[in-house]
Write a protein that binds this ligand. Structure first.
Ligand code: ADP
Length: 494
């Protein structure tokens, strides 16, 4: 048996004379094999050997490890070498020629790669044939030398034969490399680079050839018949293994592909976030800078025009909120819970104050902003500034994602142990395929990017605050109809 690692040859400036010579010498050896087997005592066994080698070639499978090296499960050389003792070295050459030619005929991939031209096919066949014949001569020689030591004569020649076969192959190949780029190529290097495969080849060739030869000489055709079953089943096993490896590799590629895409997506989201962040920070910083310079030149304006100081404080507040959002999210991401400063307070008061604050933003887009609460007092236990942040985010979003002249409604009512607050708008709505991810950080609806600036952080913070108060937040939305966020908070939470 033989596992073969074949470097795929790329020969830009082949030396045709060398390739042709090797090919022709190899073919002559095989021809000699044809002549020598005529009149052999066991023709049927020889025919069976030919059938066996053709069967193994047809059932061979290649595993492509990367672009350059393919592992092919081959036992053809072991079969060819097994013919040496009974039929002679050139009969072995004949068998390997038949196998190489069959391989070329049946494996279209081989035809288009390492044996892509006729001259390469010729060389390859010749090389295998010469290697077999040389190994055969060495076999006969060592066996004669060791004839007085029967045990050694039955084993050692096979080891030497297998080594000779590998070495001759390597040598004939190395000559091409030498002719191609003038460098000396040590055929032992191929062994060093593929120690496991080469050793395995040697073992397969030694053991396989020895056993088969024993079967041929001792049992004749019955001995060979026995080999068909293991040959076919082991070829099938290797074929299944290769299929498994290929599927596994394809799966790995798919996983890597998906991960790369996810990372690219996240990277893009981060870049967008940074761009928006820079934008969001720039405008309040510019106003602080402008108004600050104005007050530096004309300090009396602070008293005459209190709006200037208010603008500075507003801008500072916006920046603080932005920074707080980022810090809070980082904190949550690290697994730290939200720090709450809980007290008993009246939610109606908080919502009314918010209504006043949001009025300017809504009027700038002619949006009607209506706050209603069924109860005049809505007692709640929680962190007032964080709860205020929840509704500031939701109302601000409702205004941002509603076109001019739309409406926003905020309604709050108590039912026994809970307070339910809805923030409803008549805006752009959220597409069904985006609704599940809307509370994820950095998540923004693609279509909204040119409608309003945002960082995609607000809703994830809002959800974290609501959940820290043991509450829930849900969303219902229909595109171009509107969106409703519903927050349910327990009265005695936190
Ligand atoms: P930001 O508004 O800063 O982008 P948010 O986390 O507050 O981030 O919101 C995430 C996304 O959810 C927004 O970008 C927007 O696409 C969508 N969204 C939020 N509120 C609404 C709403 N009321 N109507 C339509 N889309 C909304």
């Amino acid at each position: 048996m033989r596992v073969m690692v074949r470097p795929r040859l790329r020969i830009p400036q082949i030396v045709p004379a060398y390739l042709t010579t090797v090919g022709i010498v190899g073919l002559f050896l095989a021809l000699h094999g044809v002549v020598s087997v005529f009149g052999t005592p066991r023709p049927f066994s020889l025919i069976l050997l030919v059938l066996l080698i053709v069967t193994t070639t047809i059932t061979s499978t290649s595993l492509n490890l990367n672009g350059n090296v393919g592992i092919t499960y081959h036992i053809d050389s072991a079969i060819a070498l097994s013919a040496i003792p009974f039929y002679g070295p050139t009969a072995a050459a004949l068998l390997i020629v038949i196998s190489s030619f069959t391989l070329w005929l049946i494996k279209p991939t081989n035809r288009s790669t390492w044996k892509k031209t006729r001259i390469q096919l010729l060389f390859n066949i010749g090389m295998m044939s010469i290697s077999c014949a040389t190994a055969g001569v060495i076999f006969n020689l060592t066996q004669t030398l060791l004839s007085t030591y029967p045990l050694l004569a039955a084993t050692l020649p096979w080891i030497i034969t297998a080594i000779t076969f590998e070495f001759t192959n390597g040598l004939l190949l190395s000559i091409i490399l030498r002719l191609q780029n003038g460098k000396y190529f040590n055929p032992f290097n191929t062994w060093k680079n593929a120690v496991v495969t080469t050793t395995l080849n040697l073992v397969i060739n030694t053991v396989g050839a020895a056993f088969l030869a024993y079967a041929v000489t001792q049992l004749g055709w019955i001995g060979i018949l026995v080999f068909f079953l293991p040959v076919i089943t082991s070829a099938y096993a290797f074929h299944s293994y290769v299929k498994g490896v290929e599927t596994h590799m394809a799966n790995l590629e798919q996983i890597v592909d998906e991960r790369t895409k996810a990372l690219q997506h996240m990277n893009k989201e981060k870049s967008l976030f940074l761009a928006v962040l820079a934008h969001d920070m720039k405008s309040p910083l510019t106003s602080i800078n402008l108004y600050g310079q104005m007050l530096q030149r004309k300090p009396y304006l602070a008293a005459d025009k209190p709006r200037i100081v208010e603008s500075i404080l507003d801008s500072q507040q916006n920046l603080l909120e932005l920074v707080n959002n980022i810090l809070d999210l980082e904190n949550l991401e690290e697994g730290n819970g939200m720090i709450l400063d809980c007290k008993q307070f009246d939610l109606t008061e908080t919502l009314d104050l918010l209504a006043d604050r949001m009025d300017a933003q809504a009027s700038s887009k002619s949006i009607g902003l209506t706050f209603t609460h069924a109860n005049s007092f809505l007692p709640i236990y929680g962190d007032r500034s964080q709860i205020r942040r929840v509704f500031a985010n939701l109302v601000s979003n409702a205004i941002k994602y509603t076109p001019q002249n739309g409406s926003v409604f905020v309604e709050a009512q108590q039912n026994n142990t809970h307070i339910t607050i809805t923030v409803r708008d008549t805006g752009y709505g959220i597409p069904a395929d985006a609704i599940d991810t809307i509370f994820d950080r950095y998540s923004r609806v693609e279509k909204h990017r040119d409608k309003a600036v945002g960082t995609g952080l607000g809703l994830s913070i809002t959800k974290a605050i609501v959940e820290a108060h043991d509450g829930t937040i849900t969303v219902e939305s229909e595109e171009n109809v509107g969106t409703t966020f519903t927050v349910i908070l327990p009265i005695n939470s936190a």
